[in-house]
Design a protein around this ligand. Structure first.
Ligand code: COA
Length: 161
């Protein structure tokens, strides 16, 4: 049976921290679906089509990685994709509380679906999409922190670098 994992998030934009989790997940599962959400509590810089495109470009070397967008409950999307696993990255202890809450709620909604956590690589633990946007906006160097294809997109969108 094909083992499919879903890695959900807002990816505004994808960072090398996300990419590291995606690649390591692809080494474990037959297929990885990177599922891009629209979080109503966040002001997105890039629209969802742009966020999906950036991830597609960054993962184009991997046949087993698919990029998709979803609305509504993550659990419903997982069932629709016939995937059994949610993957989340953990950067620091501060991520734990929110992740614990989400994983517990998802388990309550469907006890057959498992959430697994992957430690973010040490060199990326301080990264987030919003810190990348901020540094880029203020003209700081984000080389090596996001996939190469993301840099011109950020430059175009908010200037910087
Ligand atoms: N490297 C770099 N950054 C990382 C990271 C890593 N390995 N892991 C997490 N992050 C950062 C992200 O960049 C993001 O930063 P930002 O806040 O500056 O944008 C932050 O951690 C968390 O964002 P993300 O992982 O995208 O989570 P989210 O809170 O935006 O969305 C969903 C999480 C999509 C899984 C959740 O909102 C969801 O399931 N939505 C669907 C609706 C639903 O089912 N709700 C009920 C859930 S119980």
């Amino acid at each position: 049976m094909r083992r499919v994992a879903v890695y959900p998030g807002s990816f505004d934009p994808i960072t090398n921290g996300h990419l590291d989790i995606i690649e390591r997940t692809a080494n474990i599962f037959d297929n990885v679906i990177v599922a891009v959400s629209n979080n109503p509590n966040k002001d997105h810089l890039f629209n969802r089509k742009e966020r999906v495109e950036m991830i597609e470009e960054a993962t184009s070397d991997y046949e087993s990685i698919e990029v998709d967008a979803f609305d509504g409950l993550l659990i419903d999307y997982i069932k629709q994709q016939e995937a059994g696993i949610i993957v989340r990255g953990l950067r620091a202890v501060s991520d734990f509380e929110a992740e614990f809450q989400m994983a517990s709620m998802n388990k309550k909604l469907d006890s057959d679906i498992e959430t697994i956590f992957m430690m973010t690589k040490n060199k990326y633990v301080y990264l987030s999409s919003s810190i990348i946007r901020e540094v880029s906006e203020l003209g700081g160097c984000i080389e090596g922190l996001v996939p190469e294809n993301v840099i011109p997109r950020l430059r175009e969108e908010i200037g910087g670098e």
